[in-house]
Design a binder for this molecule. Sequence first.
Ligand SMILES: NC(=O)C1=CN([C@@H]2O[C@H](COP(=O)(O)OP(=O)(O)OC[C@H]3O[C@@H](n4cnc5c(N)ncnc54)[C@H](OP(=O)(O)O)[C@@H]3O)[C@@H](O)[C@H]2O)C=CC1
Ligand SMILES: CC(C)(CO)C(=O)C(=O)O
Length: 318
Amino acid sequence: MRILIVGAGAVGGLFGGLMAAAGRDVTFLLRPERAAQVRDEGLTIVGGPGLPDVDGQNGVTVNAPVLTAAELRDGPRFDLVVLATKAYGLESAVIDVGPAVRNGATVLPLLNGMRHIDRLVAEFGGSSVLGGYAFVSSYLDERGRVLAGPVAPAITYGERDGSDTERLRAFDAAARDCGFTATRSAKVTAEMWAKWVFLAAFAGTNVLSGGTLGQASSAPGGVATITALLAETASVAEAAGFRPSDGKLAKDLTILTDTTSGNRASMDKDRRAGRPVEDEAIIGDLVDRADRAGLPVPLLRATRMALGVYRSERESTG
Ligand SMILES: NC(=O)C1=CN([C@@H]2O[C@H](COP(=O)(O)OP(=O)(O)OC[C@H]3O[C@@H](n4cnc5c(N)ncnc54)[C@H](OP(=O)(O)O)[C@@H]3O)[C@@H](O)[C@H]2O)C=CC1
Ligand SMILES: CC(C)(CO)C(=O)C(=O)O
């Protein structure tokens, strides 16, 4: 299976890099600056379980082929495109990757949220778009290396109608034994919603409290607020027909209200580091869906407002 990974950031760099290190047929589609860096220095992953040593830490450097959008237009054919940009990079990625998809490739997006699915289906047609998501806590350091982070990397993927297809079986084989967990799901849309329900409550807790999960849960009113936030995100999923099970929600709440947890969602880490955030894809889209369904979501709305202020301040200071 010929795989094109779009973006060598925290997610694309990690999963694509691990697949390349395991000898899979992986090419990266990168924008010119990152393309030059990866061509010159290779792509380094640090901290992956079972990887050889890089600068005294477990890691690996791979030299996978790299294309830019201009080169892709007359380039080789791919079977699968793994889309690993942030939500705010989606539009440019849709344009850049168009030639590969029109040439027969299937798209496996790993973005958080759900809005990108509608956009991809509108652009490429439903049969070209799989469902999927990543569970990991990776990030790029200032040298462009992928730091694998403390969470064992995992991806889940599947046909959005739950069917078992040849292309999924081909990806099962490609993703096996690459140093991450790859799980095929016959209910991938429900699982994407379940991850979104958890993630939005997680990020909302960080943003509203300004603290880690542990700091928020230990504060007066913290547990009640987190419980209400999770109830809001679950209510939006329910209106879409994808309410996570009570057992899953109970597990989510246990994680979110762990008073010893030093965790922050990646969007909150981005906000604290002054980087752009996916606020509208992860929080704003839930509020819009709640409004359309007539559901009250005051905590999500407050989170959206806080992130909107952050974004406009960031944009106005360049
Ligand atoms: N990081 C994490 O732990 C997790 C992230 N996610 C989700 O995964 C998605 C990706 O996040 P993450 O990897 O962290 O984000 P990053 O910002 O680390 O990486 C995104 C990469 O996409 C690249 N990119 C943007 N547009 C294009 C384009 N047109 N062509 C090629 N490359 C492009 C950027 O490259 P450049 O700007 O250098 O050109 C950047 O390196 C998000 O939706 C996130 O919410 C999900 C689970 C965990
Ligand atoms: C919830 C988590 C850590 C799982 O991958 C995530 O997606 C994020 O922080 O953005």
